[in-house]
Design a protein around this ligand. Structure first.
Ligand SMILES: Cc1ncc(COP(=O)(O)O)c(C=O)c1O
Length: 381
């Protein structure tokens, strides 16, 4: 439905999670693509190693290493986007009726990736006062979190909670997935330390903690690359690698080679300040327009990073599945909260993306959402 919405003329689609496409460094990437094929045909055109190009694995290991986190290429598996990391984790770890403890509301793609294994999803709410990580993680095969600006809620898990989740995972002996596509998109303050880094130790010479970290180039460079990575204990990486073999044999050598050259030239780091400026401006405009038009119906927190505002209806019986129907008539599309609830029950919130559309479209989109709210509440009274 959301993809089809793009085909409708004059539709303002704020439902997806897409980057602003004009910031993809097109001409630099075109040069690197040509170079990848002409200079490195072996890397880019042959079948490659299942684990990914060695040079790229080494580079990712180096970028994520710190004093407390000694990594080498054996801790890294290149995946076909972060999405494949999620899929492989499910295939490697889950059996029917296993419990997956999920930060709630949860990323739809992860829920869908694991559903064929028929797990039981058990939600937890790390931002709530009194959150008890030991209780949340006990009995789970693994726990799933997006600590940086969760999709859909846009929320940041604070440092204290990160530490307590890591401590609980160690104590209980369960895996903790740190899914981190939005980790560089901090608009208001420097990034918090990652859980994988909090879980390592300077005494080790190779990481052996409970975190399976999933990264991606999708939000930093371009999602079309489909280049992501898993970082974990090397035995876990070996097991994810065997799983990947039966899945796609290897990720595209061409995009891995381009990614390697792009990262070596720091293309991502050069592009980042521009991305942050654009997205910060769009977030501010969106939230101002929401203040002007939507505050009768919703409350929300201004996210300090990421791509989404999560707006929760003030009235508990306000149904956002219904609202979407009215919104589509007004030619605006947002994502209703029911899709982020494993039981499909939460129909009280909407997720609004602010990265894909220019400011004037965001403002007009919010005006249309307000029209939809008005039309729906008038009809249901
Ligand atoms: C939380 C989360 N995890 C993983 C992904 C997958 O990203 P990709 O496969 O493009 O790397 C997304 C995409 O939007 C996401 O929001």
């Amino acid at each position: 439905m959301f993809l089809a919405a793009n085909q409708i003329p004059d539709m303002i689609n704020m439902a997806g999670g897409l980057p602003e496409s004009s910031i993809y460094p097109q001409s630099e990437l075109a040069d690197l693509a040509k170079q990848a094929i002409t200079k490195y045909p072996g890397d880019s055109l042959d079948y490659g190693p299942i684990e990914g190009l060695t040079a790229l694995r080494e580079l990712i290991a180096l970028r994520f290493s710190s004093e407390n986190l000694p990594l080498n290429k054996d801790n890294v598996l290149i995946t076909t986007g972060g999405m494949q990391g999620l899929d492989l984790v499910g295939k490697a770890l889950l059996d029917e009726d296993d419990i997956v403890a999920c930060q709630s509301p949860a990323y739809l793609g992860a829920l869908d990736a694991w559903r064929p294994r028929q797990p039981i999803y058990r939600p937890f709410f790390p931002e709530e006062p009194g959150f008890n990580p030991t209780e949340a993680l006990t009995g789970a095969k693994f726990a799933y979190t997006v600590p940086n600006f969760s999709n859909p809620s846009g929320k940041l898990i604070d440092s204290k909670t990160r530490r307590s989740l890591v401590a609980a995972a160690k104590e209980i002996g369960t895996w903790l997935i740190e899914d981190d596509p939005y980790g560089t998109l901090y608009y208001d303050h420097p990034p918090l330390e990652r859980m994988i880094s909090l879980s390592g130790s300077a005494e080790e010479n190779n990481y052996s903690g409970p975190i399976i970290y999933l990264g991606t180039l999708s939000k930093e460079l371009a999602p079309g690359f489909r280049v992501g990575w898993a970082i974990a204990d090397k035995k876990m990486i070996a097991s994810l690698t065997v799983t990947k073999q039966g899945s796609d044999m290897c990720s595209s050598g061409l995009t891995q080679r381009i990614a390697y050259d792009a990262l070596t030239n720091e293309l991502d780091r050069q592009t980042l300040p521009k991305i942050l400026d654009i997205y910060r401006g769009r977030r501010d405009q969106l939230c101002k327009a929401m203040e002007d038009h939507l505050s009768d119906w919703f409350h929300w927190e201004v996210p300090v990073g990421g791509m989404f505002v999560w707006a929760v209806a003030k009235k508990p019986n306000f149904n956002t599945d219904q609202l979407l129907k009215y919104a589509m008539q007004e030619k605006v599309c947002v994502t209703p909260s029911s899709v982020f609830d494993p039981e499909g029950n939460n129909a009280r919130a909407i997720r609004i993306n602010f990265t894909r559309n220019p400011e004037e479209k965001l403002i007009e989109g919010v005006r249309r959402i307000a029209l939809a709210c008005r039309a729906m509440t008038k009809e249901t009274i």
